[in-house]
Design a protein around this ligand. Structure first.
Ligand code: MN
Length: 289
């Protein structure tokens, strides 16, 4: 049975700025999609393609903490440099994904990569926050740098396009990301006239975002930059592209635990939030300049 569509949500009227480098449309929770409704996905910021002029000072977000969940950065256009308090440093280039488990706590900073900054250009990105179950919230911070070459790759028949499996599994193809709860994350690139059909557990919270182009999703027309929230019924998703399209498909088993969320910290109780703030203020998340 095909999944029903619960809501089609157009891009919010105005973007917000995260630091001075990320001009984002917030869908979760900003577009009235609660953290519980899309659990384990707590946050989705979409930096729709935007042309940044050249700058010798890289734009971005300076040192800040996270605790209790994972940040997932998907680069479509432009490059991001990441540094964190565990000593990791990396560049996230187009086609790459960085999967950072903040777990017990981390400090990091995210800036446009130096060379990209100097030249300027189109910048297009998604950042997701994926919750951790209570038992894994205090896992030591770490990250998975996943390059375009690491992705599980499905070449669709009839030149319909390509699906990069970032996390989870489609048919026999597995994604490289290690997740704490069942999560599927697919980067779907369809050529004009191409189509892709897949199945997702009916119980999963499931949604897709049209990054570029437009699509017909289970028979409904969906515009560029729109978000489709599926009902928790049926399994089948059918996507047809009347023009070249790039689509992010997300699904995950809901984590049915209390959510206490405050800025960069997502825990289960308010007491744990106070604890996180105190740990941060006392320098427990290490050092980063
Ligand atoms: Mn961050």
């Amino acid at each position: 049975m095909q999944k029903n569509i619960e809501r089609i949500i157009e891009k919010p009227a105005k973007p917000g700025m995260v630091g001075d480098g990320f001009r984002v449309y917030n869908f979760i929770p900003g577009a009235n999609i609660s953290q519980r409704r899309m659990s384990p996905f707590l946050m989705l910021d979409f930096a729709a393609a935007f042309e940044f002029g050249p700058s010798n000072e890289p734009r971005g977000v300076d040192v800040h903490p996270h605790k209790g969940f994972e940040t997932v950065t998907i680069a479509y256009k432009g490059s991001v440099e990441h540094n964190d308090s565990t000593g990791n440093r990396g560049i996230i280039n187009p086609g790459d994904v960085q999967w950072m488990t903040a777990g017990a706590g981390i400090l990091h900073k995210e800036f446009h990569e130096t060379e990209f900054s100097k030249k300027g250009g189109l910048f297009e990105m998604v950042q997701l926050w994926v919750n951790l179950p209570k038992k894994d919230k205090s896992t030591a911070a770490h990250y998975q740098p996943i390059t375009a070459a690491d992705m599980g790759k499905i070449t669709l028949p009839n030149d319909a396009g390509v699906v990069n499996v970032i996390a989870g599994q489609v048919n026999d193809i597995k994604g490289p990301a290690k997740t704490y709860t069942p999560v599927n994350m697919l980067d779907i690139k369809l050529n004009k006239g191409g189509s892709f059909t897949t199945k997702v557990d009916a119980t999963h919270n499931t949604a897709l975002l049209i990054i570029n182009g437009s699509a017909e999703v289970n028979g409904k027309k969906v515009n560029e930059h729109s978000f489709v929230l599926f009902a928790n019924d049926g399994e089948e998703i059918n996507i047809t592209a009347p023009e070249d399209a790039v689509i992010l498909l997300l699904s995950g088993e809901p984590i049915n635990e209390p959510i206490a969320s405050y800025g960069p910290f997502v825990m289960n109780t308010q007491a744990e939030i106070y604890e996180a703030i105190e740990e941060f203020q006392n320098g427990k998340y290490g050092e980063l300049v």
